[in-house]
Design a protein around this ligand. Structure first.
Ligand SMILES: [Ca+2]
Ligand SMILES: [Ca+2]
Length: 300
């Protein structure tokens, strides 16, 4: 009910000016240029997730293998079935086994696995990276407040502080964090943005604010990024949402990540979005981030 009213209001505002919804803190409806995928790009890399386990020639689960915000990232939460990657989030009373203590224990300051929420992340780090092109995933988002799913890219230069993003930028092609706002009808939105110059005091970034997808917790949508030497252009279902060139775009190859996080800190989930409230999901419930494919294209 509220959802339809909010959408109608946003539609009216956008007729007046496409920037108006964001001025009122509302998501906007994608209305920019069409991607024209087939005319402008050729497919160079893909995973359709057709097998029965994660393809280790394309993906690794070892990008970060310990506590992550209000939960833990763990291999057991990653599965491939029915043509999809599924990253499951669930609560465990007994900590899951630490597969990486022996391998990484001397390098990583492991936070002990404890009872709590477990979820996961996969990355092409060390297996595939690309400079420029078009990057797309088709997915259904996990249904709970406190869940934060994302399709994003990284380069180790992100940590280099030089007042520029050209040496490497975290590009968040989409992040879901608005399930809290489903009641009011703008929970069907995702955000896109960038971060560069590390994650400390010098950290910089930009965002294109909230954009509507179509019923994204129940239905597949595509979320894409076009990246050239001048700008990042974000898309939902092949329609531009916005573009960013702040700090200068990355000129270095970047690897891909698909991840789910539980909001909170020190392995304790207490957040519904940015650090307040409760998760709507309770122990015994599960949330699934379902990804039909990841496809990477280069300009023709
Ligand atoms: Ca930099
Ligand atoms: Ca598939």
């Amino acid at each position: 009910m509220f959802a339809k009213i909010i959408r109608a209001i946003v539609s009216v505002l956008m007729v007046i000016s496409p920037t108006l919804p964001h001025l009122f803190g509302l998501p906007a409806i994608p209305s920019g240029q069409d991607l024209a995928l087939d005319e402008r790009f050729e497919l160079v890399w893909q995973d359709e997730f057709d097998g029965d386990k994660l393809d280790s020639t394309k993906w690794s689960t070892e990008w970060w293998v310990t506590m992550r915000k209000g939960g833990y990232w763990h291999d057991d939460m990653i599965s491939v079935r029915d043509g999809n990657l599924v990253i499951t989030t669930a609560y465990f009373d007994e900590p899951l086994e630490n597969y990486y203590e022996e391998k990484w224990g001397s390098v990583i300051d492991f936070d002990e696995y404890k009872p709590g929420w477990y979820t996961g992340c996969i990355t092409t780090n060390g297996k595939f990276e690309q400079t420029y092109g078009y990057f797309e995933c088709r997915c259904i988002l996990p249904k709970s407040t406190g869940m934060w799913s994302a399709f994003w890219m990284m380069n180790d230069g992100v940590f280099n502080v030089d007042n520029s993003g050209q040496d490497g930028t975290e590009v968040d092609i989409f992040e879901s964090m608005y399930y809290k706002d489903v009641v009011w009808g703008y929970g069907d939105a995702v955000i896109s943005g960038i971060h560069y110059d590390g994650y400390g005091e010098e950290s910089k970034g930009d965002s294109i604010d909230k954009w509507f997808a179509n019923n994204p917790y129940e239905e597949f949508n595509t979320y894409g990024l076009e990246w050239n030497e001048d700008e990042y252009i974000f898309y939902i279902n092949g329609v531009e949402t916005g573009r960013i060139s702040t700090g200068g775009v990355s000129q270095n190859p970047e690897y891909l990540l698909l991840s789910c996080e539980v909001a909170g800190e020190n392995g304790v989930a207490y957040a519904d979005r940015h650090g307040v409230g409760e998760m709507s999901m309770k122990p015994g419930d599960t949330a699934e981030f379902i990804v039909d494919y990841v496809r990477v294209y280069q300009y023709k």
